[in-house]
Every structure is written in structure tokens, then in C-alpha cells.
Design a protein around this ligand. Structure first.
Ligand code: ADP
Length: 551
């Protein structure tokens, strides 16, 4: 028996039309780093998106599923592109401006982008790449910046404002199948080539509804969100789409992402909510400690991207900025879990521990844990396995060009279609996820798993240790064993024996998990997004490049 309900496609076009009409007076403010911030109502942003769509179609010939890339900061023009490009049926491709130039060129060529909208301040980044970007026919420059480095390239150069100025503020949007591609984003490719994740109109729409739920961000049009997480990083966690849907005002930092301007814009523009990775908040905390400001408006802070350190959560709580921890990845749009403690622990001493977990899965995200031998593990808060997820906004494959079968590598997708997240952790009986490691970093010792993160955190709590990274190294007897690489603080005299005893004390680390291989390094190598780059350490060990002591 079929239902009697209408079958209406869930599209980005609906979000655009709804936001600009029903929340037309909500505001999108872009920080300018001196002088008056730029202010646009949602109605204006919407109208300019209509103009941009007209310009892309009529002036630049964008049609069908052409890819239109953006190399931009968080600002109003970038949001206009977020709506115009998918609504006209084309595909928005956000480019990560922090990637090494070679990777960026690889990604543009792989996606076969036809147009790039670039922020004027990023021309020095784009210009040397442009000769290698064979599919790019047009470059649209938004905002001030010297354009001369772009001259002489094969692509035609346009000015964003001139391009849209005379275009109509109406557009006959095409009928779109909700499963059609709306936007794409490449993972940063810490292993192998970057992989393209393609979001559909439907996935963006449903994800936006989840972001808006009370159990997630739960914001209203009385709120203002400071969106620090970059628009090139998983669609700024889906916030521009979600907030346009509910009329939540947006505050965009543009390129002013340093602690001092962030503190200044919070004081001046009084956002109620903000979203960013822990490193941003660590910087802001240091800034506020050195130079206190009135940040009293900011009562809710969403933290994700890496684990939120307990000390950061505590410090923010003291400042009245309540942290909500969340987990996700490019492949999960990204909202996978949000840590809102269950009612029965609120106000008890167990509440903080719940808030520190990665959080609970929403109804649309199914989860399961797979153990070292491929077995399904129980949700008992103790059994640690690789997290696998499935749902309407979870990737089922990677992009492999328009005419080829999508990629489904066996290390990323199970045979029955679940996404293997590469994250290792436990799930409690009430559905709260606690991550202990990434699968590629976990140490597989004699059929048991040792969490490298747990060892690192324990090491870094020693007063003489500035930083520590633990990696798996081959071992004849156990398969793999942990190698502790330690950065000592200046003037420290701690030796490895002392550190090992420290780890074993008070049952911090189980005896069989204690590393027997130790080395001191100058600093822990980091990736482009500031995460520990353990493959560099593994390589240095394999090359015999580290001076290792065996206890
Ligand atoms: P990359 O895989 O290149 O780092 P992503 O931005 O997709 O790019 O990162 C997703 C990964 O970040 C997750 O798989 C997880 O390892 C980590 N991560 C995200 N949120 C959290 C969190 N709250 N706690 C711990 N790790 C997290």
C-alpha cells in the first residue's frame, strides 16, 4: 500500500527561497577587520544569489552539472555561492585554501572545475596554479586584491560585483531531483590521494533539519552564530544551510581568524553561539586570559573536528560559554554525534563525563562497532572497535569522475555499504560514543588494541613533557608495540624510566600496554590542519632515523 503523501523533492532551492522570504530580515554580517562590518539581510543575500545564478548561466555559460569552485573565506559572497550554484543545478566545489598547492591543483583537475570564484586576497595562491588548471575557463574575483598575477592565463578573469550588477533578481530555478549532486568537498588526504565526497540536495536538506533540532544546535532567529569553522571544511559543518532555514543570524569572520580579532568581534557583534575546532578556542582562551573582554553574549559553543580537551571545557564553562562537543567527518556531512547529556544525569556529577564524550547519535545515523577480528561488538561502554555508520547524509562512495563508477575502497566501505569511519572507540548502552583512537594509529598488540591517544594524554599530563606522540612499530613477538616519542620541556631532566613509572602509577595505563621503546624528538610533526602527522614518525622509525632506547 502506498502513502497518500506528496512527494516533494528536498532541495537547496527550497532552503534559499524559504530563508530569503520568511526570514528575510535576519542578518549575515561579515567582519572587515577595521571599519564597519558588511551587513546584508537574508533577503539581500538571496537576491544576490539569484543574480549570481543569472551571471553564471548567461555570462559564463555554466550549465548542467558543471562544477563551480570557490577559494574563499567565510563571508556573504561565499554564502551567495552556496545557494546560487546548487539551486541552478550546478555543483558547488569548495576548495581548502590551506592545502599544499600541488594537492589543490590535483583536486581542481580531478573535479574538472569550469569556474573558480576566488577571494581577492587569495589571488597569490591561485595565480601560480592557474596554468595547470586546464578545465578552468573563468576566474571570478570577489573583493579587493591585485589582479595582475592572473593576467595572461588561459582563463578569463571577471569581477564578482561587476558580473552580477545588472543581472535580474529572479531566476526560473530548474526542477531538481533531490538525489542530484549539490556540492562537493575533498578530504584532506592524509593517506593516499584526496577523495571527493559529493553531497546531494536531499542530504543537505535533511542534515540541515538535524542541525536545527533542539538535541543538536537548537537555535532560533533570536540567535546569532559566529561561524569560525571554514566554509571549505565540510560546508562549515552545514551551518549556512541550516541557519538560512531557520533565520538564525550569521556572523562571518572572513580572514580574521586570529584570537585577537575573534575576541573583538564577539565583544562588538555579540553572537550567542559559535562553532570551531579546539585549537581556535585554545587560542581565544589565551587571548581572553591575557586581555579580558565582554564575551557574555556567547553562551553556547560547538566544538568538534578533534577531541575537546577537558581543561578547555572547564575553562569555557567558567566563562559562561557552555561547550557542546560533537563528532563528524567530511564523509558524514559532518554531523555524526552531539553530546547533550541525558536528562537523568543533568545536574549530577556524571554530567561532565557525558559532555566530554563525542556524543549521542541522532535518529538518522545508525552506528555499529567492529572489533579487530571483524566481529560485531556490544554497546557496553567498554568494548572498543572501529566505528561504522550509515544514514541519509553519510557517504556511500567517493567521486571518480562523471562517467565512471563511484569508488568504494574496501578500507572505507563495508560489503553491506556502511562507512568505515577509521575512528576507534566505545559506545555506551544509551548510545554515547567515546573515541579512543583512529584505526590507522591504534596499536594492535597480540590481538588486543592499545590506544595511542590514551598513552599520549597520560604522557602529556607529566609536568616535564611538552608533547608526546605514540605510534605502532613492528614487533616480532606481538605484531605491533607502542613507540613513545616525547618532546621534553626546556630544562627537563626526566628519563624514560621515570616516565614509564609515571604511566604505570595509579593504574593510569595497564602494565601490558606500557611502551618499551622510547625516544626524544624536537617536536611532533603536524598535518596541514594541525593534527599529529604520525605517518612521518612511522617512516622515520622505519628508516632508522630515530635514536630509540629499549627499556
Ligand atoms: P581528516 O580525516 O582529513 O582529518 P575530517 O575533517 O573529515 O578530515 O576529519 C574527520 C576526523 O576528525 C574524524 O574521523 C575524527 O578522527 C576526527 N574528529 C572529528 N571530530 C572529533 C571529536 N569530537 N573528537 C575526536 N576526534 C574527532
Amino acid at each position: 500500500m502506498f502513502s497518500t503523501m506528496q512527494d516533494v523533492p528536498l532541495t537547496v532551492t527550497r532552503i534559499l527561497n524559504h530563508g530569503m522570504r520568511l526570514h528575510g530580515s535576519s542578518h549575515l554580517t561579515t567582519w572587515r577587520g577595521g571599519g564597519e562590518p558588511q551587513r546584508r539581510s537574508f533577503a539581500e543575500v538571496g537576491c544576490r544569489a539569484f543574480q549570481l545564478a543569472n551571471a553564471l548561466r548567461d555570462e559564463l555559460g555554466v550549465q548542467g552539472a558543471d562544477r563551480v569552485a570557490t577559494l574563499m573565506w567565510n563571508n556573504a559572497e561565499h554564502v551567495e555561492a552556496y545557494f546560487a550554484i546548487p539551486a541552478m543545478g550546478a555543483v558547488l566545489h569548495t576548495l581548502n585554501l590551506r592545502l599544499p598547492a600541488e594537492q589543490l591543483a590535483w583536486i581542481v583537475n580531478h573535479a574538472a572545475d569550469r569556474v573558480i570564484i576566488v577571494d581577492g586576497s587569495l589571488i597569490p595562491l591561485l595565480a601560480p596554479l592557474l596554468p595547470h588548471l586546464k578545465t578552468v575557463e573563468h576566474v571570478v574575483v570577489s573583493g579587493p586584491g591585485d589582479r595582475s598575477p592572473l593576467e595572461g592565463a588561459h582563463a578569463r578573469v571577471h569581477d564578482y560585483e561587476e558580473l552580477i550588477a545588472d543581472c535580474p533578481t529572479t531566476f526560473d530555478w530548474p526542477e531538481i531531483d533531490e538525489r542530484q549532486a549539490a556540492a562537493m568537498c575533498y578530504t584532506s588526504g592524509t593517506t593516499g590521494d584526496p577523495k571527493g565526497v559529493v553531497y546531494s540536495h536531499r542530504s543537505i536538506y535533511l542534515h540541515s533539519m538535524q542541525v536545527n533540532m533542539t538535541q543538536s544546535m537548537g537555535l532560533t532567529d533570536q540567535d546569532t552564530t559566529l561561524i569560525v569553522v571554514p566554509q571549505f571544511h565540510v560546508n562549515a559543518w552545514g551551518l549556512p544551510h541550516a541557519l538560512f532555514m531557520t533565520g538564525v543570524n550569521m556572523l562571518m569572520p572572513d580572514r580574521f581568524l586570529q584570537p585577537a580579532p575573534l575576541a573583538e568581534m564577539i565583544e562588538a557583534e555579540r553572537p550567542t553561539h559559535a562553532a570551531a575546532v579546539p585549537t581556535i578556542w585554545q587560542g581565544l582562551l589565551a587571548e581572553l586570559t591575557a586581555k579580558p573582554r565582554d564575551v557574555s553574549s556567547l553562551t553556547q559553543v560547538t566544538i568538534g573536528g578533534s577531541a575537546c580537551p577537558p581543561a578547555l571545557m572547564e575553562a569555557f564553562d567558567k566563562l559562561g560559554m557552555r561547550v557542546c562537543h560533537a563528532w563528524g567527518m567530511t564523509e558524514t556531512s559532518p554531523l555524526g554525534t552531539v553530546s547533550r547529556p541525558p536528562a537523568e544525569v543533568v545536574g549530577t556529577e556524571r554530567e561532565f563525563a557525558y559532555r566530554l564524550t563525542q556524543g549521542r547519535f541522532p535518529a538518522s545515523v545508525e552506528a555499529r562497532l567492529t572489533g579487530p577480528g571483524g566481529e560485531r561488538l556490544p554497546w557496553d561502554g567498554e568494548s572498543a572497535g572501529e566505528l561504522e555508520v550509515r544514514g541519509p547524509w553519510i557517504a556511500g562512495a567517493y567521486y571518480n569522475g562523471p562517467d565512471r563508477e563511484p569508488l568504494r575502497p574496501a578500507d572505507k566501505f563495508s560489503e553491506d555499504g556502511w562507512l568505515k569511519t577509521g575512528d576507534v572507540g566505545t559506545i555506551s548502552a544509551d548510545g554515547f560514543l567515546t573515541l579512543t583512537d583512529r584505526a590507522k594509529d591504534v596499536i594492535k598488540s597480540g590481538g588486543e588494541w592499545i590506544s595511542s591517544v590514551e598513552l599520549e594524554n597520560a604522557l602529556m599530563s607529566h609536568p616535564d613533557v611538552a608533547e608526546a606522540a605514540v605510534v605502532a612499530v613492528p614487533d616480532d613477538k606481538w605484531g605491533e608495540r607502542p613507540l613513545a616519542t616525547v618532546v621534553l620541556k626546556d630544562g627537563s631532566t626526566a628519563d624514560f624510566e621515570t616516565l614509564r613509572t609515571f604511566l604505570a602509577a595509579e593504574g593510569k595505563i595497564a602494565k601490558w600496554q606500557l611502551p618499551e621503546r622510547w625516544t626524544v624528538i624536537e617536536s611532533v610533526p603536524k598535518t596541514s590542519v594541525g593534527k599529529f602527522d604520525k605517518k612521518v614518525l612511522r617512516r622515520r622509525y622505519a628508516d632508522g632515523d630515530l635514536d630509540v632506547t629499549r627499556l
